[in-house]
Design a protein around this ligand. Sequence first.
Ligand code: PA5
Length: 453
Amino acid sequence: MLRLNTTNAFEFFKEEYVEEHANTAVGALIHILEEKPGFIRILGDRKLLESVRSHEEWLRCFDTMVVVGIGGSGLGNIAIRESLRPFNWNRLNRNMREGWLKLYVLDNVDPEGIAAVLDEIDFKSTLFNVISKSGGTTETIANYLVVRGMLETYGLDPREHLIFTTDPEMGLLRSIAHSEGIRALEIPPDVGGRFSVLTAVGMLTALALGLNPEAFHEGGLSMLETCSFHDWKKNPAIQIALSHYLHYLEGRNISVMMAYSSRLLSLVDWYRQLWAESLGKRHARDGEEVRVGQTPVKALGVLDQHSQLQLYNEGPDDKVVTFLRLKRFSREIRIPHVHEEIESIDYLKSHKLSTLLNTELLGTLVSLVENHRPVLLLDFDELDERHLGMFFVLYELATALTGELLNINAYDQPGVERGKQVTKALMGKDRMEEERKRIKSKLEKYGLWEDTL
Ligand code: PA5
C-alpha cells in the first residue's frame, strides 16, 4: 500500500475554508476523470502491454539496453531502474541478473558522461532504445547520431541494434523507422512526455530489467480507483493537490520532496520535472498573465539534514515538505556490539540502519512541525512494480488537478521553446541566419559571444 498522511498540512487552515476549496477540487477531479487524459486512458491498455511484451524474446538476446532519451523520455526509466533494481545492477554478471539486461540512460549531451557509457558497453550485445515523443529533440537526436555512428564503425546492422519509441505517425524517428525497417514502439499522441512513464517509454525498460509491466498498470489502476472517491479525505490526489494549492496561496511557493531512501530518490527527480514543467506557467487558460508555479526541490534524508534542514526550519516560511518513507527495505544491516566500553554510543547498538534512518525522518518531521512548517508523509509499504505504478498515477493525477486549481494548462511547456530555438540558430541550422545575427548582438552585449559559435 501507499499511505498518505496530510493531517499537519491542513491544520494551518480553518475547516470551512478547506471544505470550500475541497468542493472545487472534487469538481475539477470529476472533470479530469470524465475527460480521461491520455495518461489515464492507457492504464491497463492490453494492446500497449502486448506490444511491449512482443519484444521480450528479442530483448533477451542482448546483455545491455541503452535508453537514449531526455526529460519525460528519460527520467521515468532512471526511476524504474534505481528504485527497483540494486545500485550495482550494471556490475552484476548475467547469471546474477537472471539473464535480464543492464540498463544505461543517455540523456545529457555531456561528452564525458556519454563517453563513459560508450567505453563500458559491448556494442555487439547492446540494444539502443531511442525514445522521443516528438522524434526530433536535439539532444536525443545528437546522441542517436553518436550511437549510430559507432554501430557503423563496428559494422553492426542498425536494424538489429536499434528500436525507436516514438509517435505512431509523426516525426523524424518514425520516418527513419519506416524507411529503414527499424523496429518501433508507439507513444500515444494524447500522452505528454512527462506523463508517459507507463506507456512503452518506461515499460520496455521494465521488461528489459526483468520486471513485470502488467503489475505497474495494476498498481496504477488501483490508485486511479482510490483517487476516484468524491470524499476528498479519502482521496490522496485531492489531498496532495489541495494542500499544495492552499499553501501556495499563502506564499509557500516551494515544494520540497525529501526521500528517506536512496532508492526513492530517483522518483523525486521524476516528480520534479512533472511538477515544474506542468505547473510553472505564465498564462491562465483564458490568456491572462498569471505567472504561477511552485518550485520543486529534491532532498535526501538523512544527508540533507546536514545540508538543507537548517534553511527549511529557520529560513523563510515558503516551503511545503513531503517526506517519502520506505517501510520495508530489501536489505538490512544491524549495528554491531562493538565499543561496549563507550557509553555515549550505547543507544545505537543492535538497531537496524533502517530503524535509524526512519527515526531520523521522524526527528526531522517533528522539528519542522514545531517550526510551523507544513509537512506531508507518503509511506511505501514496500518498493515493487505495483507501488511504483501507484506512485506515478498518484502524482500525475495530483499534478493535473493542481493545474485545474491554478486554471492553467498542465500539459504544455511553451517556456522551453525559446532556448531550443536559440541553440538551433547558434548551431547553424538552415534558414535561421537572421535569428543568429540577432542572438549574436545580444550575446555581444553581455560579452558572451565567441567566434567558435
Ligand atoms: O514532458 C515533456 O513533454 C518534455 O519534458 C519531453 O519529455 C522532453 O522534452 C523530451 O521530448 P521528446 O520525448 O519529444 O524527445
